[in-house]
Write a protein that binds this ligand. Structure first.
Ligand code: NDP
Length: 616
């Protein structure tokens, strides 16, 4: 491919964007079901399976999922005085994505000071501005230790089914370890990036070399660690399929250590400037108590609400200020604002493309690495080594021109009829997300009141109050589900923390009032759905103009049920909705049931005896 003159005018650019989109829409974007031989891509390579006896026990709260979202709820419940909390997770330890993702170079690209939850309470100060995966995983373990969440945890255990027992006002859960567990409250914190996604490339099962998904990194094969380069690859030819946020981080260490690396690209990502560095210990020591909540709220406000002061001041806040939250947009008419945003987008994307021209020495490779779409069509990435890796003589970009890898053979991968022989094929192809139904994603169904199945209830999309509770499923909560009538932030843990606080507050309140169960009313759910639909921004034209990806359901914009949206006015406004709901004090939209023969409220003696005591 010879570099061509870049498009210059907005119209030319727009045409180029649509051309590139159409190439990708024409390709195969199907995924594989990880069953049969393909189940090996789900195996846990990190923790050997430990046999144990099945148990039959009751807990006050069961949290399904021990990632950061589940841990934050556990911490919130402990602070509210709840005693018997059981975390369940199929992984060998707590930490969720930070347990699973151990590829070399893994870091969180959101600033550690706002990303890592409960820093002040746990007494930890990150030393890196963008923490490594192992540092975050260790922090997750520290949260579990600090709040005694390991106590009843069942790890290496997958929930297989769940049903509401009306007579007892309890949930009963079954697991793949034969456990039969009951709980007064259940929280679904199953995560949104937990199931590896493998593309349905013909021949995937034919490959005879070594292969794994990035979230099941085979350190025994590669050598090295998540924080150091691989050590066993000097004579190995590695293929990496995918160029998302994960590949951007693992390609440079692979490039430094393998004999050859072929990076199979379908759509180039945006690679913003990272400016990584240490956290200044003297500055950290000068922070006043309460600093983390303030900084985290400021980050979210800077991204979505236009904060006056930008404390984090990094690539994310610069990007969102330019395209989303600059206060100047509020002073313009909608069409002026749209035009101004488009100009800002073009300017920023030109900078992204110019950086590639300036960094990558081979002009053809540089050209192929250039992204041609509006900035927020795809999840942005930030890195200061990825582009430079393509200057190494052993790192080769295989640009599939949007078509993806054509087929996989016993010995390699084929693109444009050419076979690339590989010793090892690594899938950096992401996770199943929005395209599958909730119960399919979590791997089991939930049977609520009167035999109602969650798969049926949500067959045509989510029906919830605030995205965290659903009618027919008493005493149950859901932690942040993408497009789940809640909110999503670049800093995931911020939304998870707000939801966790809301759930812990409701549980404590239900217990304090002496109720045996709470349930959302259908009316409250319908009201919330109306609010979601009324306030949903009309971004259809934008999504349709975008290159296919997770944001637009791989280009099939209509595939998503209309009410599968987040709260339109954005995260800070959503957090205010939750706070106002709590302040109301009457639990609007919830119906509480009390044990027979007693009225609302607990006796002072019961309250004094602690939150757990009167329930069981
Ligand atoms: P992504 O889903 O973002 O990327 C998958 C990649 O695989 C894309 O480049 C995709 O191409 C490519 N792909 C899929 N099928 C094919 C095919 N047949 N041939 C060639 N390429 C193919 O997955 P990631 O694991 O990179 O990231 C998942 C999420 O994890 C991110 O969105 C982010 O939220 C999170 N993450 C966060 C990090 C952080 O620092 N906070 C770091 C890493 C990940 P195409 O673009 O064309 O679809």
């Amino acid at each position: 491919m010879t570099p061509v003159d870049p498009p210059k005018s907005p119209d030319e650019l727009h045409r180029k964007y649509l051309e590139e989109r159409d190439k990708r829409l024409a390709g195969n974007r199907e995924k594989l079901d990880l069953i049969g031989d393909l189940q090996k891509y789900l195996d846990d390579p990190y923790t050997p399976a430990v046999p144990r006896q099945a148990i039959t026990e009751h807990s006050e709260v069961i949290i399904v999922g021990a990632g950061l979202g589940g841990l934050m709820i556990g911490a919130g419940l402990r602070k509210a005085g709840v005693k018997r909390i059981r975390l369940i997770d199929s992984a060998g330890d707590v930490g969720g994505v930070w347990y699973w993702n151990r590829y070399p170079g893994v870091r969180c690209d959101t600033e550690s000071l706002v990303y890592l939850p409960l820093l002040e309470e746990v007494g930890v100060m990150p030393h890196d501005r963008y923490s490594t995966g192992p540092f975050i995983w260790e922090h997750a373990r520290s949260i579990a230790r600090k709040f005694n969440l390991y106590d009843d945890a069942l790890l290496q255990t997958a929930v297989t089914g769940m049903e509401w027992l009306e007579a007892d006002s309890h949930w009963r859960l079954r697991t793949d370890r034969g456990d039969e567990l009951t709980a007064h409250f259940v929280i679904m914190a199953n995560g949104s990036l937990q199931k590896p996604r493998l593309p349905a490339i013909p021949g995937v099962t034919d490959f005879k070399g070594h292969t794994f998904h990035t979230s099941r990194w085979d350190t025994a094969y590669t050598g090295g660690t998540a924080e150091s380069d691989p050590t066993n690859l000097a004579d190995k030819v590695i293929g990496v399929i995918g160029t998302g946020a994960t590949a951007v981080q693992c390609v440079p260490p692979l490039g430094r250590s393998a004999k050859d690396v072929y990076v199979f690209q379908r759509t180039p990502p945006t690679i913003g400037v990272r400016n990584h560095g240490p956290v200044d210990p003297a500055w950290a020591a000068s922070l006043k108590p309460g600093w983390q909540n303030e900084r985290r709220a400021n980050f979210t406000e800077a991204l979505y609400g236009g904060a006056q002061v930008d404390l984090v001041n990094d690539g994310w806040t610069e990007l969102f200020r330019a395209l989303v939250s600059d206060p100047k947009y509020a002073t313009m008419t909608p069409s002026e604002a749209a035009e101004a945003r488009e100009r800002a987008d073009i300017e920023m994307m030109e900078r992204i493309r110019q950086r590639i021209t300036d960094t990558v020495k081979d002009p053809e490779t540089a050209e192929a690495l250039k992204p041609w779409y509006a900035y927020l069509c795809k999840r942005p990435t930030f890195h200061d080594e990825y582009l430079d890796a393509f200057n190494l003589p052993n790192v080769h970009l295989v640009d599939t021109q949007g078509a993806g890898v054509e087929k996989i053979t016993a010995s390699g991968a084929v693109v444009n009829g050419k076979e690339y022989k590989l010793d090892c094929l690594i899938f950096a192809t992401g996770f199943e997300g929005l395209e599958i139904a909730y119960t399919e994603k979590i791997g089991f169904d939930v049977v609520g009141r009167n035999g109602l199945r969650l798969s049926e209830k949500w067959a045509d999309g989510f029906h919830t109050l605030h995205g965290i509770m659903t009618a027919g499923f008493p005493n149950m909560f859901f932690q942040s589900m993408p497009n789940g009538q809640n909110t999503i932030t670049i800093n995931f843990p911020d939304a998870m923390q707000q939801n966790a606080s809301q759930m812990a507050w409701i549980i404590a309140e239900v217990i304090r009032r002496g109720a045996k169960s709470f349930e959302v009313t259908r009316e409250a759910e319908q009201d919330w759905e109306r609010t979601i639909l009324e306030l949903a921004p009309d971004n259809r034209a934008f999504l349709e103009s975008c290159t296919p990806g997770r944001g637009n359901n791989d280009g099939v914009v209509d595939k998503r049920p209309p009410a599968n949206r987040d709260y339109g006015p954005g995260p800070p406004a959503f957090f205010r909705v939750l706070a106002a709901w709590r302040e109301d004090g009457s639990l609007p939209g919830l119906h509480l049931e009390y044990p027979e023969g007693r009225e609302q409220g607990r006796t002072p003696a019961e309250t004094a005896a602690g939150l757990s005591s009167s329930l069981h």
